[in-house]
Write a protein that binds this ligand. Structure first.
Ligand SMILES: CNc1ncnc2c1ncn2[C@@H]1O[C@H](COP(=O)(O)OP(=O)(O)OP(=O)(O)O)[C@@H](O)[C@H]1O
Length: 166
């Protein structure tokens, strides 16, 4: 039995670049990633995505501009936590990303994404996001550096995926 916790992960993107943030503290410290965190009690997933983006790089995004593009699940050998990560993309937003206590933002061209300093799973599912394919991935880690096994599939629709998910 796993203890599931829901997280958000937001990427601001345009045709040529993607915004990543260098995590300055906590889980995934010193790794580049999208912006996000735990969904709090009495908060919707989309509200958590908006709140975390604002807290981490001071950018404001409207609900209707956040597109759910993927679902990721992470488990770790010997740990009962299942991280249920909802991935979003947005190309419309207000403000200019700035460094906060948690994240240092930087725009990267799609061919210069720093995978060597990211979660190892990113390298596997980023190509789906870049090609605008919806995706579902499950990754089982040993420690934080080694993926013991994974599954990844393209989805036709996130709605259908969630409707059929038990
Ligand atoms: C294992 N492979 C992984 N690959 C890619 N992304 C991963 C990830 N594992 C976690 N993530 C993301 O990392 C953030 C952690 O958030 P995290 O700092 O724990 O949350 P939150 O800001 O609520 O924490 P505190 O307030 O500091 O407790 C959150 O976006 C989550 O989706």
């Amino acid at each position: 039995m796993f203890l599931k916790k829901v997280y958000t992960l937001v990427f601001l993107r345009n045709e040529t670049q993607i915004l990543l943030g260098l995590k300055k503290r906590g889980f995934g410290v010193n790794k580049w990633n999208g912006f996000g965190g735990k969904v709090e009690q009495n908060e919707t997933i989309i509200d958590a995505a908006i709140r975390e983006l604002k807290e981490e790089c001071c950018v404001v995004v409207n609900k209707c501009d956040l597109k759910n593009i993927g679902h990721l699940e992470f488990t770790f050998e010997g740990d009962s936590l299942l991280m249920d990560v909802r991935v979003f993309s947005a190309s419309n937003y207000q403000g200019v990303p700035v460094e906060t206590e948690e994240m240092a933002p930087k725009w990267y061209g799609y061919d210069e994404v720093p995978f060597d300093n990211m979660w190892p799973d990113d390298r596997i599912w980023f190509p789906y996001m870049v090609k605008n394919k919806l995706f579902f991935g499950k990754f089982h880690y040993k420690g934080f550096d080694t993926i013991l096994n994974y599954e990844l599939q393209e989805l036709k629709s996130m709605e259908t995926f969630y409707k059929n998910k038990k």
